[in-house]
Design a protein around this ligand. Structure first.
Ligand code: AHM
Ligand code: MG
Length: 337
């Protein structure tokens, strides 16, 4: 059987399921091309002028790395001319980026975290790109970037596609268009993403958890209880030994869960309570929740399904608990008690 490149896969899906429009297909292909370009830039490492600080801060007051800025530019430039988008929004930009007037406009909105896992860039650990696609509402005001923000504030359930790329030992692209989850691996010789796994299913049970343990003293009681129970292992109430992993790149931690199950938590904690959490709803939590649910897992804030949240701001932060269904249900249940 012929290799199923991403382009071929999308065309076949378009023909058989009708869920993918020509514009959405084009959009996903363009994003994948941008991810290839980012992968090449990252691969230069110390040989290119790509590592280190950019000398600027993003809207959330975080220092931007050169690769954060470069990845953002690559995604913007790749996507703005094609006629498939109404606007884009990014972790690295305060306000939405409108499609310049000299280019045609389309019906989709694209959001991204251009380079997730910034603290891992300079130490040669896996990092990635996360993206989410929405339909632009009819009659949305796109006259100014300020006005355009409103069009993006839709719950995660309205996403038409979501995915991430992980730049690790291999570069993979993981995608959902709402019909399950597929994994593509970058064939560097061909310069193409090739389908390597379809219908990904996350096991409902797991013995592996991911959380930044250094925040333990700041967590709420339900998370304290759950982690205590896991750490107690075979002798505790859960009756099994657990293993812990924390890459500190959400893309890499989520990819491990997509591959072999597990639970990932960046819960609410007392030191960031006023911010709402650490991770961003629109371009981190929602796309990952969509992928995880499409692979049979669950994603909540501890109190609510992530994709049901009605957003109030482009850069809104939320607590995130996602992964193997039975474990996510357990800790979400502890919050309800
Ligand atoms: P970033 O988008 O600025 O890279 O921040 C998000 C990252 C996630 O990828 C990761 O799960 C988390 O922050 C790690 O946080 P910590 O450094 O507290 O462990
Ligand atoms: Mg991020």
């Amino acid at each position: 059987m012929a290799q199923r490149t991403l382009a071929r896969y999308l065309t076949e899906e378009q023909r058989t399921k009708g869920t993918i429009t020509a514009d959405l297909k084009f959009l996903i292909e363009i994003v994948s091309r941008a991810c290839q370009a980012i992968s090449i830039a990252i691969g230069k490492g110390g040989l290119g002028d790509v590592l280190g600080e950019a000398g600027s801060d993003n809207v959330q007051g975080e220092a931007q790395k050169k690769l954060d800025v470069l990845s953002n530019e690559i995604l913007l430039e790749a996507n703005e001319w094609g006629g498939h988008l109404a606007a884009m929004a990014s972790e690295e930009m305060d306000l939405p980026h409108l499609v310049p007037n000299r280019f045609p406009k389309g019906g989709y909105l694209l959001m991204f975290d251009p380079l997730d896992g910034s603290s891992n860039i300079d130490v040669n650990v896996s990092i990635g790109t996360i993206f989410s696609v929405l339909r632009c509402p009819e009659g949305a005001d796109l006259s100014t970037p300020e006005a355009a923000e409103q069009a993006f504030l839709q719950p995660g359930t309205t996403q038409v596609a979501a995915g991430y790329a992980v730049y690790g030992p291999t570069t993979v692209l993981v995608l959902t268009v709402g019909e399950g989850v597929s994994v593509f691996t970058l064939d560097r010789e061909q310069g193409q993403f090739v389908l390597t796994q379809e219908n990904v299913q996350i096991p409902a049970d797991t013995k592996e958890f991911a959380i930044n343990m250094s925040n333990q003293r700041f967590w709420e009681a339900p998370v304290q209880r759950y982690v205590d129970e896991m750490v107690a292992g075979k002798d505790g109430p859960l009756g099994k030994d657990y293993n812990m992993r924390w890459v500190a790149s959400m893309v890499a931690d989520v990819h491990r869960i997509i591959t072999r199950g597990g639970i990932f938590m960046y819960p609410l904690d007392s030191k960031m309570k006023d911010k709402g959490g650490k991770l961003r709803l629109m371009y981190e939590a929602n796309p990952m929740a969509f992928l995880i649910e499409q692979a049979g897992g669950a994603a909540t804030t501890g109190r609510q399904r992530i994709m049901d949240l009605v957003p109030t701001g482009l850069h809104q932060r939320v607590p995130v608990i996602l992964g193997s269904k039975n474990e996510v249900d357990r800790v979400t249940g502890y919050h309800a008690e």
